[in-house]
Each structure stands twice: as C-alpha cells, then as structure tokens.
Design a protein. Structure first.
Length: 274
C-alpha cells in the first residue's frame, strides 16, 4: 500500500502544520520489502515522540511496535534510525540477534505469520533550536545573524530595564528556550543575567570577563541567595578559546561552543544546565 497523490498531499500538510507548531515528530518510510507484507516500498507514516502513528501507514501490529520504538529513539537522539524486520528463521540463518545493531541497521523480529521482511528508514524532524540573545551591541548582532544562518530560531532582547519572572515566562520564552546568551556588555548586564538565571533552559553563557561576571553574580546573590546553583552553571566567559578579538570572531566562538555541545549530545533536556 503506497500513498496516493491525495494522501501524499495530506501527509505534507500535516508535516507543515507540525513544523509550524514546533512539534517534534518522525517520518517513517518503507524502503524495501520481501515476501508478504501489508506495507510496500514508499509507504510512509508520521509518528509522535511517544511512537504513536499520527498519520499514514507502515504496516500492521507486527511492524508498528518496532517502528514506534525507532521513532522514539530518533526523536530523543536526533539521529535517523534504520530498522529491518525479519522472521526469526532468517535472523538465525544470518547469525543476527533481534535488537542487534550491525552496520547502521537495527534488526528486529517479525513475528507475523506472513514471515515477510521489511526495511524502514525513520527520520526525526525536530524544531529549530531556540537561542535568546540579550543585547544590542556588535557581538549580539553578529551572533544573531550567524546563528540564523545555522538554523537557530533567534530572539533578541535589549534587557535595559527591570525584568520580572512573569515577564520572562510570558515574553522571553525561557520555558522552551534552548540557549541563552547574555551579550549586553554594560547595557543592562545585571537585569539580563537575573532574567537568564531565573528561567529554565539548557545552556547559558555570559559575554565578558570572568571578573565582571563574578562581580555581577555577587550583586545577584545579595538579592537572592537562591540563584547560587544556576549562577554556578553559567559559562563565563562565553565561547571557545580561539583568541577571538573582533565582534564577529567572538560571535563565532560562542556559536562554535554551542554547536560542539549540541552535537555531542551534552545539552539534552534531561541534562539541562539550568
């Protein structure tokens, strides 16, 4: 069973809707079948982060469990999954154990009476990572431009006046922000840092010397000792050590550090810095 033009249009429409809402999902595509299988090459389905099928078709109950598990793994890790469902006899003849990963292929047992084989590619579609940048100076502007080119969803704020917790939740989106960069550089430093460490995020950094950060932190701790834990996890100074001097170079060092941690899987929501 492959998609008709109408079904393909509906699937594309649903994908675009999920993307517009920033909802993570996975696309499963049947790429090969052998012997009797209900799904055929070209069959597709969209699955949510729990592995439930939202739309489409990739086979019956014998396949849905394995595909759902692969979808959950793909969304969690951000890495595509390739699974091969095969009857137990075929797995044994090839010396493969169900659940084994070999050459990028995860083998799983097909317990259906039809004893067919089906290979499925499962690709995660994740929302763009969000970056909140405090500041309107040259470093902030350079980072905003650079991060956008690298597929970050960027929001910039001046933070030159007092910012309350209610404003953070309503206006700055810290509840879902991935990265926070305080690049105010003398223009509202304490207000921006206060806002950053009062929110929930994966990673935050401060553009400026360690001495300057410590001085501002001391003022914040005098106001609220409860901020101590979050302040300790702020990266200061921001960025990788590449001997950066110009605003563009500093922006590059910050984005390089964020990219390094992101690709290493060090910034999952389960291990959020703050």
């Amino acid at each position: 069973m492959t998609l008709t033009l109408s079904e393909h249009t509906k699937l594309e429409s649903e994908m675009n809707f999920l993307k517009s809402k920033g909802v993570p999902f996975a696309m499963a595509t049947v790429v090969r079948t052998v012997d009797a299988t209900s799904a055929k090459p070209g069959s597709k389905a969209l699955l949510d982060l729990d592995g439930n099928i939202l739309m489409g078709w990739v086979g019956g109950g014998c396949a849905r469990g394995a595909v759902g598990k692969a979808a959950r793994a793909a969304i969690k890790t951000g890495e595509p999954q390739f699974i091969s469902l095969r009857p137990q006899e075929l797995l044994e003849s090839e010396g493969v154990v169900a659940g084994e990963l070999r050459d990028g292929v995860r083998f799983t047992r097909n317990g259906c009476p039809s004893k067919g084989t089906m290979d499925v590619f499962v690709e995660p579609v994740l929302p763009l990572p969000e970056m909140i940048i405090f500041g309107t100076g040259l470093v902030a502007m350079a980072l905003s431009e650079l991060a956008t080119r690298f597929d970050f969803k960027v929001a910039a704020h001046a933070a030159t006046q007092q910012v309350g917790k209610a404003e953070i939740a309503q206006g700055f989106g810290f509840e879902s922000a991935d990265f926070v960069v305080v690049a105010t550089q003398g223009q509202g430093d304490i207000d921006a840092l206060r806002a950053a460490v009062s929110g929930t995020f994966r990673y935050v950094c401060f553009v400026g010397s360690r001495r300057k950060f410590d001085a501002i932190s001391s003022k914040l701790l005098a106001e609220d000792p409860g901020l101590s834990k979050n302040l300790k996890k702020v990266k200061a100074p921001a960025g990788l050590s590449i001997n950066a001097i110009t605003p563009d170079e500093i922006a590059l060092s910050i984005l390089a550090e964020i990219t390094q941690l992101r690709r290493a899987g060090a910034l999952s929501r389960e291990n959020a810095d703050v």
